[in-house]
Design a protein around this ligand. Sequence first.
Ligand code: NAI
Length: 265
Amino acid sequence: MGRMAGKVALVTGAASGIGRACALALAREGAWVFAADVDLDGLAEACALAEALQRMEPARLDVTSEAEWAGVVAEVERRAGALHALVNNAGLCIGAPLLETTTEVWRRQQAVNLDGVFFGVRAALPLLARAGGASIVNVSSVAGLTGVPGLSAYCATKGGVRLFTKAVALECAAARNGVRVNSVHPGAIETPIWAKMQNDGRLDPGSNSTEALMAGTRQVAAEATPLGFPGAPQDIAEGVLYLCSDAARFVTGAELVIDGGVTAA
Ligand code: NAI
């Protein structure tokens, strides 16, 4: 029997990269997965990959919208009757030196990476607390543990996710509501976020420069990673799966670093 058999999970940013790998991993282990994103084409692709698995279905959700969060949580409750795992993974990274960081770019990253996590946890917590054992995993970054030049706005959001996670973990523990809350801190993981990072947070799939940007970043990431290669989305999904499963029943308020050794130095 799968490690998530009989459980219901909601994963944000599930159309691409790490979120897609997490949604597929949870579905593979038997969860009924609601895969949420603003990118409906990407979601359709992800759900097609899961066709042979257990249940996985798309849910349109802009994590910056409180109203959309309320709608998706209500839909999960109506359809599945419970929620056991919430993976707040949707994120955006826009690189710029501080003096070139516009207020709009600062706010866009705050809105998705930090407001989105707050809205999600607040909206889903009552349903999670009724599950009799549930898990929230917030995807932060190594940039939420150490400063990265050129990513100050992004670091601010990811550092916020780290401590928000710990505070909510303690509130849930004190409430004895059975909800564990942890953060995951990926190092360099090969996903489209690398090309978006250098293109105002957006992907331009038709552009020849996308592969060039990916290749350039791949090399930089390999050089900066002690293990000598960038990670794959599945490397993060394995950690998220563990934290969502009952195997992690004594783990809360923790930060799981999966970074090829970057923060060991
Ligand atoms: P990605 O760009 O491949 O996927 C991000 C997904 O989030 C996309 O499907 C996108 O449509 C979705 N998204 C963006 N804004 C949204 C919104 N307002 N509402 C709903 N969905 C939205 O990126 P990746 O790499 O898979 O990133 C996932 C998470 O991992 C992010 O939080 C990122 O900051 C974090 N991370 C990634 C690292 C990497 O090297 N790839 C390293 C450390 C952290």
